[in-house]
Design a protein around this ligand. Structure first.
Ligand SMILES: Cc1cc2nc3c(=O)[nH]c(=O)nc-3n(C[C@H](O)[C@H](O)[C@H](O)COP(=O)(O)O)c2cc1C
Length: 417
């Protein structure tokens, strides 16, 4: 945006201390080091002895172009832990083991990382990662609560595959999410840039009932819309999320309205759209529904039912037609072919300001996946080329663009008064 740094250089000139501890997710700290460096930060990596059992210091040295420190007794001109603590603008520990969380909560300083963090007074971001039992243990929970109460910013953990083939809560937050937390902790541009903006987001599929127990649905997981809502809230917006049936928890700081059918989503969205500055329609709303819903359960013995389908209300077109000046409307086009042409057609036909052309139907992208192959297309311009994004990256890019459009729309509205 005008006056801000070039996109992607949000941490230019900032010194970030990255503490890596001995968990299986240590390999993902390499991606975080790369992201922090790419955002312009001067990254200093400190590893615990256990961390170097999982990933080598040379990886971090190469990614950050700085020496990696591991030893509190390393000979330097000044006492190393004091120097590194004072130089850091922010510290992030990713992954943060149960052990390091316990040590930080107690104020132990028996290695270089914990000695630095006891001396440091800069913002501290922690990304816990461990098996579910370790995470849910009352000791770990009490330690995390104590650290959070002292101002530490705790990101994650999320739910998903863990080490040793297990699954559950304890998976380290994705590096992009941790980067956003560091940016927010440093008050970097991007953080807080949507303060005062009212954002309405839709997410997930809709379920269109056939009878008392069956429905027509689709494979949308809701992750994209939930990520946009969480990111908008993090950036200071006041966010309402209207979601179809998905098992995702409410994002922090977001008002969530849960609906089932396209008709309910239509109601919930149209009731709130006028009072919104930015509407992001990421839901995969059913285009058709059964014309009649059988009141009980259709019996198998009655043979296959004939389902006559009827169209559902087109929420996006309705919003486009009613769009007020100064309002920004973002749609998604989930397509299997002819992506950009189809996206441009919808952009125009539905009076949108931005459309995210989203490739679906290929394994690993789109519905249900953590990545999207997508292009963001605006009016009267070349779209960003079709490429792979994590959902966090894509959400941030959509909101960057929308924030620019909102600022321009406000300026235009102001100049006509
Ligand atoms: C294969 C393996 C994986 C481990 N993964 C984790 C983990 O994800 N989270 C955790 O808290 N501890 C994990 N541990 C245990 C820690 O490595 C151990 O508690 C260690 O003392 C942590 O040291 P640090 O906190 O100083 O890095 C793992 C251990 C092994 C051998």
């Amino acid at each position: 945006m005008a006056g801000g740094p070039a996109p992607g250089r949000s941490l230019a000139g900032r010194r970030v201390l990255l503490g890596v501890t001995g968990g299986i997710a240590a390999y993902k700290a390499a991606s975080l080091a790369r992201l922090l460096s790419a955002a312009g930060a001067d990254v200093r990596v400190v590893m615990t002895p256990a961390a170097s059992r999982f990933v080598g210091p040379d990886t971090f040295a190469a990614l950050t172009r700085n020496p990696v420190h591991q030893d509190v007794f390393e000979a330097t001109d000044r006492v190393l832990h004091v120097r590194l603590a004072r130089e850091a603008d922010a510290a992030v520990v990713a992954p943060a083991t149960a052990n390091v969380l316990a040590k930080l909560a107690l104020g132990l300083a028996d290695d270089l990382l914990t000695s630095i963090l006891l001396e440091a007074r800069c913002p501290l971001v922690l990304a816990p990662a461990m098996h579910t039992g370790m995470w849910t243990h009352p000791s770990t929970q009490a330690n995390v609560a104590a650290l959070a109460a002292r101002g530490a910013i705790v990101v994650g953990p999320g739910e998903g595959p863990l080490a040793a083939g297990d699954e559950g809560v304890g998976r380290m937050a994705e590096p992009e999410e941790i980067l956003r937390a560091v940016e927010a902790a440093l008050g970097s541009p991007g953080a807080g840039d949507l303060a005062g903006v009212r954002v309405l987001v839709t997410a997930g599929p809709t379920h269109e009932p056939i009878d008392a127990v069956r429905f027509i649905g689709n494979r949308s997981s809701g992750k994209m819309g939930f990520t946009v809502a969480a990111e908008a809230a993090r950036r200071g917006a006041s966010v309402t999320l209207v979601s179809g049936p998905v098992p995702l928890p409410d994002p922090q700081g977001v008002a969530v309205v849960r609906v089932e059918t396209a008709a309910e989503m239509f109601e919930a969205v149209t009731a709130r759209a006028e009072a919104s500055d930015l509407v992001v329609m990421a839901a995969a709303v059913a285009d058709f529904r059964p014309g009649e819903v059988h009141p009980g359960k259709i019996k198998k013995g009655d043979g296959p039912p004939q389902l006559a389908l009827e169209p559902t209300p087109d929420i996006l077109s309705g919003l486009g037609a009613a769009k007020g000046s100064g309002q920004v409307l973002v749609g998604f086009a989930a397509e299997t072919e002819d992506l950009e042409a189809e996206a441009r057609r919808k952009l125009k036909a539905k009076n949108l300001d931005l459309i995210v052309a989203n490739e679906v139907g290929r394994p690993g992208t789109g519905f249900g996946a953590d990545t999207n192959r997508a292009a963001i297309v605006g009016r009267g311009e070349e779209g960003t080329p079709l490429r792979e994004w994590t959902k966090v990256e894509l959400a941030a890019a959509i909101l960057d663009r929308a924030a620019g459009l909102l600022a321009a729309a406000r300026a235009a509205a102001g100049s006509t008064v």
